[in-house]
Write a protein that binds this ligand. Structure first.
Ligand code: NI
Ligand code: MN
Length: 231
């Protein structure tokens, strides 16, 4: 069983195989997540898809806690390590990290990756997380990409977390194409409404959800703090 807690923007906590993986923490600067208290969130690992501030703003706060690993592309892990992150684990696209109870793999994302101080953050990534025979895909920030066809052929996810806010990433219409390439019927929306350029109207959300349903799929816009279970 895996459990996902949506914490706003692209931030989710994934409980999988005895670990608590916090992906792309952007809680304190996010006014929509003001009711979430980062200090109360138990975490074993921080996963970062890329270096942009709206994905790693709170990373160091968690990475400074005893025992917490920081898992990201090599350049980002090194950068956080230089600031005191206790257990940086620098990886790169194609690599898999295994633990008793599960594994995660870094997959390509089509996006840029600069760190908040302007240093290069390597390449942008997504994560495939597997545990108990289930698989979830957090796409990070990405365009619709042919890489998703490979993921769908080799590692089709039970649930895909996809950016849908357009402008900086794909929009909801491309997210439906992504779901098809991924052979995935359940999609959770990320990366929308946080800033004006990625605001989606209610009408566009409804149209997208209707299009997903007509295609035999679901697109969910979770409220911040909501939990989603995969069994
Ligand atoms: Ni980005
Ligand atoms: Mn972003």
């Amino acid at each position: 069983m895996m459990r996902i807690t949506f914490l706003g923007h692209s931030c989710v906590l994934v409980a999988a195989g005895g670990r608590r993986l916090l992906i792309d923490p952007f809680i304190r600067p996010n006014p929509w997540a003001a009711h979430i208290q980062p200090e109360t969130i138990e975490v074993t690992d921080v996963l970062l898809t890329h270096g942009h501030g709206d994905h790693c703003a709170d990373a160091l706060e968690f990475a400074l806690r005893p025992g917490v690993r920081t898992i990201a592309c090599y350049e980002i892990a090194e950068w956080l390590g230089a600031q005191g992150a206790l257990h940086p684990v620098g990886m790169n696209i194609g690599g898999t990290l295994r633990w008793d109870g599960g594994q995660l793999r870094l997959v390509p994302a089509v996006h840029s990756s600069t760190l908040p101080d302007g240093k290069p953050g390597g390449v942008a990534a997504g994560f495939l997380i597997e545990s108990d025979g289930k698989r979830i895909y957090h796409a990070g920030d990405t365009a619709l990409s042919a890489e998703m066809r490979l993921i769908g052929e080799l590692w089709p996810p039970d649930v895909a977390l996809l950016p849908v806010g357009d402008h900086f990433t794909m929009g909801p219409e491309d997210a439906l194409c992504a779901a098809r390439l991924l052979h995935c019927t359940r999609v959770i929306a990320l990366h929308y409404d946080t800033f004006p350029p990625i605001a989606l109207s209610d009408a566009r959300k409804r149209e997208a959800q209707d299009a997903f349903v007509q295609d035999g799929r679901t697109l969910e816009f979770l409220s911040i703090g909501a939990e989603y279970q995969i069994d």
